[in-house]
Structure formats: structure tokens, C-alpha cells
Design a protein around this ligand. Structure first.
Ligand code: ADP
Ligand code: X2W
Length: 291
């Protein structure tokens, strides 16, 4: 597709009201491991984050890395297992999670953003103990039944001070979803849950969850452009929403109910999906509302 000079100018002009509206507002961006598949997309993502910062927004990145953890587990002869969208995390798996999320994936995103002119700083919840967590037990089928999935954490509290401090000095925080327990032990936390809770804690204007589907799909694979707490219930009950989409929707709904103005699930495989969602009229994906 070739775009004429006039069309380019019109597209740039379209961004103005959004740039004004979102000036100095915090936007929490969850960058899912499934959206990090190719190098060009990763570059585009990093450029988008830098552009958002330079035009006056405060982007905060929370990343996943589920497929990258799976790859590393395979290399050490282990197979990733999930229950209700959460990884079963024994101690050996936790070591891999810390290495891949806190190391490899986090550093790659930080370095891409910095190469494109941003000032990104990588963090895990262990830094300044800013993401406090305790062990999560999943609910089983039977009355009062609990499922133990190892070193998976449930967030107690996120201390916003560190992220706010970085923001105020024009740094871009890039956060790996690892929490810390009362005696310093690490917990693996689903990245969607960290992003949602962080958006609430920071009173973010927007939460954008970037994944590998066009948004939330119905039974026939058709995109649902808007969802509310009520309409989601039936989709949970009949299994239309399953697997990794479960924590994503729960987190999106909690954020929408707790003061985050707009919450979107978008297709991170679309080049510059972030700019399209935030700075143009062409909102993509599914918008989640409390009511
Ligand atoms: N109703 C649904 N609509 C879209 N995707 C769904 C739905 N239910 C389950 N999914 C699954 O959720 C996945 C996205 O979650 P996940 O694999 O955790 O991605 P991410 O790494 O981006 O967090 C999709 O690839 C799809 O397989
Ligand atoms: C408890 C739990 O499931 N933690 C996730 C953390 C990474 C993540 O959420 O990555 P995506 O966003 O790419 O799925 C995991 O171990 O895969």
C-alpha cells in the first residue's frame, strides 16, 4: 500500500486530539510473549513506546514471556504445564522463569527501547520489593478444594513509588512479572494480572493488553469489539473464554471496575498496533467495560 503525502499528513493530524487528551497520562502496556514473535514487530513495538513517551504520555511496560519460558524448559528437558491459564511452577521451573523473564526477555525489550532513543529501565517486583505477593492456590471443582501449583503468586500490593519516580525522570519502566514474598522468596505471577493491578495502582488512563488474537473471539471465531462484566459471564461458563484468556479478562475487568478509564485487548501481531490503538481513530481489538 502506498500512502500519498497528503494522506500521511492527515494521519499525523488525526493524532493531535489524542496527544492532547493523553498528555502526561499513564498508559500501562502489557506486552505478551505471544506478540514477541518476530524481530520487526519487536522493533515496531519499541519505536511505538518511544514515540508515546516523546509526545508526552507516560508508557509503563509490563511484559510476559510464556512461550520463551516454554522454550527454555524444553531445553532442560521439562514440559510447561498450565492449569486455569497459570503455569505449574516447581522450584526448577521458577529458576527458569526468573532467568527468562527477569533476564533474557526484560533485557531485550529494555535494549530495543534504548536503541530507539528511549530511556528504559528494567525491573522485577524484587526491586525495592515493589510487587508484594503470597502463594496462590487455585479453586478446584469440589467444595473448598484447592489446587497447589507451586511458586505462583497472588499480588498483595504494588508500591507505586518506584515506577512513579522513574516516570517523573522520563525513564520508561519495563517490568517483569515476578513478585516477592514476606521472606524475600520470588513468585511467578501471570503478567496480565501484574499489568491490571499496576494500572489500578497508578490510576492509569489506559490498560492495553497486546496478545496474539484480534481480540476476544466468540464461539464462531468472530471478534467481540466490546465486553462487559455481565456479557463475559456466559462466555466463561460455556468455555468460549479459556486458557490464557482467563487471567487476561479477569485482570481487564478488575482494572475497568477500579478506575482505569479504558481497557483494551489488541492484536500485537499487527505492526504498530499500539499507535493505532492509542493515537488514531482506528481502535482495534476488544474494549472491556465494567458495565
Ligand atoms: N475467546 C477467546 N478469544 C480469543 N483468544 C482466546 C479465547 N479463549 C482462549 N483464547 C486463547 O488465549 C490466548 C491468548 O492468551 P495467552 O496465550 O496467555 O497470550 P499472551 O502471551 O499474549 O498473554 C489466545 O492465543 C487463544 O489461544
Ligand atoms: C503464573 C504464570 O502463568 N506466569 C506466567 C508469566 C509469564 C506470562 O504471563 O507470559 P505471557 O503474558 O506471555 O503469557 C508464565 O509462567 O508463563
Amino acid at each position: 500500500m502506498t500512502v500519498s503525502a497528503t494522506e500521511k499528513a492527515l494521519i499525523l493530524a488525526e493524532a493531535l486530539p489524542y496527544i492532547r487528551r493523553f498528555n502526561d497520562k499513564t498508559i500501562v502496556i502489557k506486552y505478551g510473549g505471544n506478540a514477541m514473535t518476530d524481530d520487526k514487530l519487536k522493533e515496531d513495538f519499541a519505536k511505538d513506546v518511544v514515540l508515546l513517551k516523546l509526545v508526552g504520555l507516560n508508557p509503563v511496560v509490563v511484559h510476559g514471556g510464556g512461550p520463551q519460558i516454554n522454550d527454555m524448559l524444553e531445553r532442560v528437558g521439562k514440559h510447561g504445564e498450565f492449569i486455569q491459564g497459570m503455569r505449574v511452577t516447581d522450584q526448577e521451573t521458577m529458576d527458569v522463569v526468573e532467568m527468562v523473564l527477569g533476564g533474557q526477555v526484560n533485557k531485550e525489550i529494555v535494549s530495543l527501547i534504548n536503541q530507539h532513543g528511549g530511556k528504559a529501565v528494567g525491573l522485577t517486583g524484587k526491586d525495592g520489593h515493589f510487587i508484594r505477593a503470597h502463594k496462590l492456590f487455585l479453586k478446584g471443582e469440589g467444595e473448598g478444594e484447592q489446587i497447589d501449583i507451586g511458586r505462583v503468586g497472588e499480588i498483595d500490593v504494588i508500591d507505586p513509588a518506584l515506577v512513579s519516580l522513574l516516570d517523573s525522570q522520563d525513564f520508561i519502566p519495563v517490568i517483569a512479572p515476578i513478585g516477592v514474598g514476606s521472606d524475600g522468596e520470588a513468585y511467578n505471577i501471570n503478567a496480565d494480572l501484574v499489568a491490571g493491578k499496576l494500572a489500578e495502582t497508578l490510576s492509569a488512563e489506559k490498560l492495553v493488553l497486546m496478545t496474539n488474537t484480534p481480540g476476544v473471539l466468540d464461539k464462531n471465531g468472530k471478534l467481540l469489539t466490546g465486553l462487559t462484566a455481565e456479557s463475559v459471564e456466559a462466555l466463561f461458563a460455556d468455555g468460549t473464554i479459556h486458557g490464557g484468556m482467563l487471567p487476561k479478562i479477569s485482570s481487564a475487568l478488575d482494572a475497568a471496575k477500579n478506575g482505569v478509564n479504558s481497557v483494551h485487548i489488541i492484536d500485537g501481531r499487527v505492526s504498530h498496533a499500539l499507535l493505532l490503538e492509542i493515537l488514531t481513530d482506528a481502535g482495534v481489538g476488544t474494549m472491556i467495560r465494567a458495565k
